[in-house]
Design a protein around this ligand. Structure first.
Ligand code: SF4
Length: 329
């Protein structure tokens, strides 16, 4: 098994809002423990609004108001040492960004400046990270990088709006891989793309991970994408990871009732039966249900589920499930 490259311990990240004089606290990430390994694709899945994107921001150390770190730690393994990212000075965090860890946010237009050509975006990026290169050498690096990833060289001469959504997304992912980071974080990189274009984006992510041998943390609610790309998957519900296992275990032996719903709602080739979606609606993260947050939607709810939050059980080696049913096995 590969070593741990990123570790979160009891991570709590809440949005603290003041709405017309009333304080509102949204518990987007509430007590997450993670150990992400070198050279793996770790997928994080769950319904919209469960806290997936906020978890990524917290793992990246991007705690911009109104998001606040309430508790817990995030450690990166840098040169054989555990570095607590929340104890670093802002300048030290900046140094780690892009070279050690890079971030592909939702929506490529938030990364690519619409009024400059892609090559200028690559140049700006390289000039701020690579010292002692001429402009010509910098363009050469960009060209070689684009070609190595199988993208057409013409993308460098285009403005972002001249590219299709899928190509923009690939250009953004390529940019995030430019400095060969040890960890790449990607937030819903295939959202709003049709399945054919999604395939190109997934293939690009896979080929980057294989060629760099790095770690990718991939957030997507699309379980089909997780099945294609991830090595391990964490299922998130109401700010917590409720199940974690290898992709084979998650899809072949889902144990948390919520995960079973997510998987049973997937269309299957040749199966014309009705798909079963998760009943009810996701809970409010301002005032989540007591005990197991899934209890109002769960068909197996026990009295203990309403009162106590389940910790992880490990009914199968390396397969963790936060559900009281596992304690009854
Ligand atoms: Fe359902 Fe209880 Fe398990 Fe929660 S702990 S998923 S409510 S059985």
């Amino acid at each position: 098994m590969n070593g741990t490259i990123l570790r979160a311990e009891q991570l709590q990240a809440f949005y603290v809002l003041d709405i017309f004089g009333t304080r509102r606290v949204i518990k987007a990430v509430d007590g997450v423990n993670l150990e992400i390994r070198e050279n793996e694709v770790y997928g994080i899945a769950g319904e919209s609004g469960c806290g997936k994107s906020t978890l990524l921001k917290a793992l990246y150390g991007a705690m911009d108001p109104p998001l606040r770190l309430i508790g817990g730690k995030v450690y990166y393994r840098v040169e054989g040492k555990d570095v607590d990212i929340f104890s670093l000075r802002p300048d030290d965090v900046k140094k780690l960004r892009w070279e050690y860890i890079s971030y592909v946010p939702q929506g490529s237009m938030s990364v690519l400046n619409p009024v400059i050509k892609v090559k200028e975006a690559y140049r700006d990026f390289l000039e701020s990270h690579v010292r002692g290169k001429t402009r010509g050498e910098i363009f050469e690096i960009a060209k070689e990088h684009i070609a190595a990833l199988g993208l057409p060289p013409t993308v460098l001469e285009a403005y972002p709006h001249q590219l299709s959504g899928g190509m923009r997304q690939r250009v953004t992912i390529a940019l995030a891989a430019l400095l060969k980071p040890r960890i790449m974080i990607a937030d819903e990189p295939t959202t709003a793309l049709d399945v054919v274009v999604q395939r190109g984006v997934i293939q690009l992510l896979k080929s980057i991970q294989e060629s760099l041998g790095n770690t990718i943390i991939l957030v997507t609610h699309d379980m089909g994408v997780q099945a294609n790309v991830a090595d391990r998957v964490g299922i998130m519900y109401a700010g917590k990871i409720v199940e974690e296992a290898s992709v084979e275990e998650i899809f072949g032996n889902p144990l948390h009732p919520y995960t079973r719903y997510l998987i049973n709602s997937l269309p299957r080739f040749g199966d014309k039966g009705t798909r079963e979606s998760v009943p009810g609606s996701p809970p409010s993260l301002i005032d989540p249900p007591s005990g197991c947050s899934f209890h109002p939607r769960c068909p197996y709810t026990r009295p203990i589920c309403r009162e106590q939050t389940p910790g992880f059980f490990e009914p199968v080696a390396h397969h963790k499930v936060a559900c009281w049913l596992m304690g009854e096995r």
